[in-house]
Design a protein. Structure first.
Length: 120
């Protein structure tokens, strides 16, 4: 189950997420803790993707490889001065890196899809 905060839903809708454009969320390997979330707004469904969540007009899709890693995901938005933007957190995380850009889940294998490093 995915949760989208009211603030994140509003910002996603302002960015163009609606009944014709959805939010794609996938998980990639990378970062200090092992995995990172990647998100974009798009209107073309790719092979091996499906709708995984609908919330007041915001549709979230993901690929089949990412689905096990999305259980418990919360999408929020922060408008603080230092690091404004979308925040992805997961109650099932085993650990996360100090900069908050990556995470690890207990009992899951490593991914081999590339990704960011906290040293950027």
């Amino acid at each position: 189950m995915i949760t989208i905060s009211d603030k994140a839903r509003t910002m996603l809708q302002q960015q163009g997420a609606d009944e014709n454009r959805f939010v794609r969320v996938i998980v990639k390997s990378g970062g200090c803790a092992g995995m990172t979330y990647d998100a974009e707004i798009d209107s073309i469904l790719r092979e091996n993707e499906k709708v995984i969540h609908e919330d007041e007009g915001v549709i979230v899709i993901s690929d089949t490889a990412s689905l096990p890693y999305l259980e418990g995901l919360t999408i929020d938005y922060s408008d603080d001065l230092i690091s404004a933007g979308f925040r992805f957190s997961n109650s099932t995380n085993k650990s996360s890196c100090g900069c908050g850009a990556s995470f690890a889940l207990a009992g899951f294998p490593d991914l081999n899809q590339g990704g960011l490093n906290c040293d950027h």
